[in-house]
Design a protein around this ligand. Structure first.
Ligand SMILES: *Cc1c(COP(=O)(O)O)cnc(C)c1O
Length: 373
């Protein structure tokens, strides 16, 4: 291990907030102080009583408004994050056979869960090289299609759309897209996510916007003779969500942070405002990388480039791990690429909480570090 180069960034290249991680992502300090200000009224009180249930209701109503959800769509939530939701979907949303796009670490993980489920048929997995996109295709033997809105590991964004002529449910992992990328309600049945990415909250929770068809599937599989572990039962989650509760004890601090983030976004203009922030920050990074001598966007197709998790390859002569470490020593954290991609790469989150001006400074900071290595 070579010693870390001693490089101090000029003060005007230091962002106002140095958190650029793709998850957990930047949490607003105003939300953290808001949580502290709840004092004795929220944390440490029952999640089955009005104080906490009002926070859950505010999340559900807030998402309803943010996404202009039709009345018959439901916002369901439970513990365990998107990873737990994959297991829950294996029991409560897929009837016999699913189809998956697998274009990176997260979308592949869901496909692997299903491939291992003894009560389901082998899934149809449509793969693409990392950095590329892939599309679903209608198949009469498939009753659930698994799509990812933004593959966080590679920085590829996919359009959310039903394959032409398909009958099954469309299940969208929106963990790093929800709250920052546009989606239209008729195009999915379940739009699920963890809140520690674009929603700038803390982890441990999953949220799922469900269409009437998804609710119907949840109900019918729960009524079938399939064994469903109660913790992973979407029917139990649905019943609790209708009462603004979770099946078991949630992290109340996380709930508070999600509610605060949604309120903040709505106060600024809702999803359109959030989308514009992410678009602006990511455009700054891509146009810098396209013109820089030391950087290139990893995702070749501009239409597939993520607006929320931007992956940038560095020139071979500039070691990305060293750049990351020097930035970290200067208070700029979590710009590392996804380990398993194994590339000389930085990954920078452009979630709505990140200041577009800070992203601008970050590009200059990276250039400065590269020049001084
Ligand atoms: C982070 C992430 C997950 C996993 O979320 P957890 O809360 O850690 O379970 C799943 N899918 C995508 C797209 C993600 O970005």
């Amino acid at each position: 291990m070579t010693a870390l180069p001693d490089i101090t960034l000029p003060i005007d290249l230091i962002p106002s907030d140095g958190r650029f991680g793709s998850g957990p992502s930047k949490v607003l300090t105003s939300s953290l102080s808001g949580l502290a200000d709840t004092g004795t009224t929220l944390m440490g009180t029952s999640h089955r009583r009005p104080a906490v249930r009002a926070v859950v209701a505010s999340i559900q109503d807030g998402l309803r408004e943010m996404y202009s959800l039709p009345d018959d769509y439901e916002v369901v939530l439970g513990n365990g994050g998107a990873t737990a939701f994959w297991d829950a979907a294996a029991f409560g949303l897929i009837e016999r056979r699913s189809q998956h796009v697998a274009i990176g670490e997260f979308s592949s993980k869901f496909a692997k869960v299903i491939a291992g489920a003894p009560h389901l048929e082998a899934p149809d997995v449509i793969e693409a090289d990392y950095g590329q996109s892939a599309a679903l295709r209608a198949d009469a033997s498939v009753d659930a299609y698994a799509l990812i809105h933004n593959e966080t590991s590679t920085g590829v964004r996919l359009p959310v759309e039903r394959p032409n002529g398909a009958n099954g449910l469309v299940l969208v992992d929106a963990t790093s897209a929800a709250g920052a990328v546009a989606v239209s309600n008729p195009d999915y049945d379940v739009y699920y996510f963890s809140p520690q990415k674009a929603f700038g909250a803390d982890g441990g929770l999953w949220l799922a916007v469900c269409s009437p068809a998804a609710v119907e599937r949840i109900e019918s599989l729960a009524a079938s003779d399939r064994w469903i572990p109660p913790f992973l039962s979407l029917k139990i989650a649905l019943d609790n969500s209708r009462k603004n509760q979770t099946n078991n004890t949630p992290a109340i601090g996380t709930l508070y942070l999600v509610a605060a983030q949604i309120q903040m976004m709505m106060a600024h203009g809702g999803l359109d405002w959030a989308i514009a922030r992410s678009e602006r920050s990511s455009a700054t990074l891509y146009s810098w990388a396209e013109s820089s001598e030391i950087a290139t966007p990893f995702v070749a197709d501009p239409a597939a480039r993520s607006a929320t998790t931007v992956t940038i390859d560095l020139h071979d002569s500039i070691d990305a791990d060293t750049v990351e470490a020097v930035l970290r020593a200067n208070g700029i954290v979590d710009t590392f690429g996804y380990r398993k991609l194994g590339r000389n790469q930085l990954r920078i989150s452009c979630f709505p909480n990140v200041e577009p001006e800070d992203v601008e400074k970050l590009t200059q900071a990276i250039e400065f570090v590269a020049q001084n290595l």
